[in-house]
Design a binder for this molecule. Structure first.
Ligand code: 5AD
Ligand code: SF4
Length: 475
């Protein structure tokens, strides 16, 4: 029963202390060595790039314990689901998946099912898992991945369920094993957590306070990736522009961009940028380093200054436009994308029109659009909201139409051009078609011969679609 366990607490997770993060080194007890010999694991990942990267750490830990990966969940001895809590829909999907795993547990009672990630930072989720989903053996939070060896060992030896979720975490765990899921593109965390507290967002609660990794650790990781043949890295943080602020050593994101660029790695991306911390030195670093890709994701969330204020975004529509216009001017040829939420509590037709106008103003290459989803424990969950769901859905559709219009318009400039594509692999739909991304992060499907994943190839664009380009590889 839930009451026997120490449950996470969102109120506790809201607290921020001024203490500098401690760096701790990963290790596990030597008695766990070889624990997974002859056993298989299967990991399901939901959510953002931070979760993708965390799953690579989980895989790395399981590999270090002697387990082997399998693509077939029926063959698995350990199944982990790495969950996302950012919207209700993602959570419902996970509960559905856990429900479906019951069948596997019945046919293999030795199967261990572990649920980790952002959902496990929510008290209500953990209660529900404990009370209603008895097939789950391990529940672990975003701060508890390094405890996987002990949790697994304890389940094997005690046959009791294990719950380990810290609400707060000031530490950075370095040297965790990692098994990357791709061999040419890699995620590199530069910071964890978020202190922005946008009123709709659960992330500052589920991922804790902003804490930056030391530049030496980041650069070491990038250099190792170069040695392993990686072509592209993406520097990750909920808010990369705030990098280094907690370390208070005058070394910020612009400095890090310059140093990462100097490693000589072929392609550098970063996400996500918050308009609040984007300064001129960063623009200069992006412009001056040719291996920093010409692509910026800059979430606007809403075009209404009234709604932005209620969202606690710390900028008005005019502040955003001023930054956006400056970026557009100083970084010609760059692609820009954004995130937009429609139907935030009490968003009026007028407010929504401001959002449409913002899309007209910025003419984004693409936008990730969402209907507001109420997250228990966040301030916006208490805001009155009289707008019916049908109205919100209609707004989303109207917005998506506009987004597609500008996506198509921006893609037209690639017609008949030769672009450089970092190859991701053979297309799932068509076996002699490959896919990959241009420096501007445009998806390209193309035909060619003797092409390998991780190669950068020249492709002549033959057809322009709204959200992708088609072409033929050229020598
Ligand atoms: N409802 C809808 N969308 C949300 N996002 C974050 N929280 C919510 C929420 N409660 C969106 C934001 C963010 C993106 C990752 O997810 O647009 O930038
Ligand atoms: Fe959430 Fe805002 Fe932090 Fe992004 S900046 S993770 S939207 S609180």
């Amino acid at each position: 029963m839930a009451k026997d366990y120490l449950l996470p607490d969102l109120n506790d997770a809201r607290k921020r202390d001024k203490e500098l993060s401690q760096k701790v080194h990963f290790s596990f007890d030597s008695e766990y060595e070889g624990m997974g010999k002859g056993l298989y694991y299967y990991i399901i990942t939901h959510g953002c790039q931070a979760n993708q990267r965390d799953s690579e750490t989980m895989a790395g830990i399981l590999d270090a314990l002697g387990y082997a990966a399998t693509e077939d969940e029926k063959k698995a001895d350990v199944i982990l689901i790495n969950t996302c809590a950012v919207r209700q829909g993602a959570e419902e999907k996970v509960f559905g998946e856990i429900g479906a795993l019951k069948r596997l547990k019945t046919s293999n009672p030795d199967l261990i099912i572990g649920i980790g990630g952002c959902m496990c930072q929510e008290e209500e989720t953990v209660r529900t898992l404990l009370d209603k989903y008895h097939q789950v053996d391990i529940i672990f939070g975003t701060h508890n991945i390094s405890s996987l060896p002990k949790m697994l060992h304890d389940v094997y030896t005690t046959r009791q369920r294990k719950v380990e979720v810290f609400s707060k975490m000031g530490d950075i765990v370095e040297d965790m094993p990692v098994t990357r899921f791709m061999s040419h593109k890699a995620w590199v965390n530069i910071m964890y957590g978020c202190d922005k507290f946008c009123t709709y967002c659960i992330v500052p609660y589920t991922r804790g306070k902003e804490r930056s990794r030391y530049k030496e650790d980041i650069l070491l990781e990038v250099n190792q990736l170069i040695d392993q043949g990686y072509k592209e890295i993406c520097l990750l943080g909920q808010n990369v522009n705030a990098y280094g602020k907690d370390l208070s050593n005058d070394y910020g994101f612009a400095d890090l961009l310059n140093d990462v660029s100097a490693t000589g790695i072929e392609r550098i991306r970063f996400m996500t940028s918050h308009p609040w911390d984007f300064n001129d030195r960063m623009i200069e670093a992006i412009r001056n380093n040719r291996n920093i890709m010409p692509y910026i994701h800059l979430p606007i969330q809403s075009g209404s200054s009234k709604i932005l204020k209620k969202m606690n975004r710390r900028y008005s529509k005019d502040d955003y436009f001023a930054l956006f216009d400056k970026l557009k001017q100083e970084l010609p040829g760059y692609a820009f994308t954004t995130d937009i939420i429609v139907g935030f509590p009490d968003e009026t037709d007028e407010d929504f029109k401001d959002t449409l106008d913002a899309v007209d103003h910025c003419q984004y290459d693409n936008a990730y659009t969402f209907i507001y989803s109420k997250r228990k424990g966040t301030p916006a969950a208490e805001f009155p909201d009289a707008t019916p769901m049908e109205v919100k859905e209609a707004r989303l559709q109207e917005l998506n139409k506009k987004v597609a219009y500008y996506a198509n318009m921006n893609n037209q400039k690639f017609a008949d051009q030769i672009v450089e594509v970092l190859v991701d692999g053979i297309s799932k739909r068509n076996s002699n078609t490959y896919s990959g991304y241009t420096p501007e992060n445009k998806l390209v499907n193309f035909t060619g011969t003797d092409i390998r994943t991780g190669q950068i190839v020249k492709v002549k664009i033959t057809e322009v679609l709204s959200f992708s380009l088609n072409g033929i590889a050229v020598k």
